[in-house]
Design a protein. Structure first.
Length: 251
């Protein structure tokens, strides 16, 4: 017999990770938190509304996105101070990880209130685990600068960072990023992961130039995760041999 689950704690902000593609990736705990909380704060109430309807839930929602996070945090702080429970979700994945939520969490903690994570999907971790690159040590960058000069400078700064580099990239800029990698570290193993957990999930593995040669002429679709191995990137050598990944594509 399953033990009775504890109720949500009053005055707590729950950071609820939501599916990054496949709706089956929602956890039981996430569903229960969304069902039992007083209000759902969402990056996009329209997208979250679709998820809630899929789960058979009807909850009051309030918008809290990148441009309203500072203002909305005051409203949420007032609710939490009164003993309410708030579930915060972004469009997909884990709040605060290259998504809104960081400023909200800092303000809630500064007020002496509780913040609790309800873990689940995260594109960076999903891509890393399937990459074939070393996972014992990695460095998450988020999004690199959009402008080529600033991006190349940032990559140069990261050359000596140990472990696998993991970054997010727009499908419209991923070709330019691969070109930068080909110029800076032509022999380093790279993995381009896209459409993770979705029907057309794909992992392209090889050198930057090899992956560039395989890109469709019309460009790629879907948000991308780019992973860069440390071997032949510069900086301290990896522990143990890490041969370059052969070019491969997982459909």
């Amino acid at each position: 017999m399953q033990a009775e689950l504890p109720p949500l704690q009053p005055g707590t902000l729950y950071l609820v990770a939501t599916p990054i593609g496949n709706l089956e990736d929602i956890t039981w705990r996430a569903v229960r938190t969304l069902r039992e909380c007083d209000v759902v704060a969402a990056e996009d109430t329209r997208r979250t509304g679709l998820l809630l309807r899929h789960l058979g839930l009807q909850k009051p929602m309030m918008s809290c996105h990148q441009h309203s996070e500072a203002r909305r945090s005051g409203d949420l702080l007032e609710r939490l101070s009164g003993g309410g429970t708030v579930a915060y979700v972004t469009d997909a994945g884990t709040p605060g990880i290259s998504d809104p939520g960081e400023r909200l969490v800092r303000r809630i903690l500064a007020a002496g209130l509780r913040v609790e994570s309800v873990p689940g999907p995260c594109a960076a971790i999903a891509a890393l685990s399937a990459s074939g690159l070393p996972t014992g040590e990695f460095h998450f960058i988020g999004f690199l600068p959009r402008k080529r000069g600033a991006r190349r400078n940032e990559l140069g700064r990261l050359a000596d960072v140990p472990g696998t580099l993991v970054c997010y990239e727009s499908p419209h800029r991923v070709k330019a990023l691969l070109e930068d990698l080909a110029g800076l570290w032509p022999d380093t193993p790279v993995v381009l992961s896209r459409e993770i957990t979705k029907k057309f999930e794909e992992h392209m593995r090889g050198t930057p130039a090899a992956i560039l040669a395989q890109l469709p002429q019309g460009g790629v679709r879907g948000e991308c995760v780019v992973l860069v191995g440390q071997s032949r990137r510069g900086g301290a050598p990896e522990v143990g041999p890490t041969p370059p990944l052969p070019l491969s594509i997982d459909p």
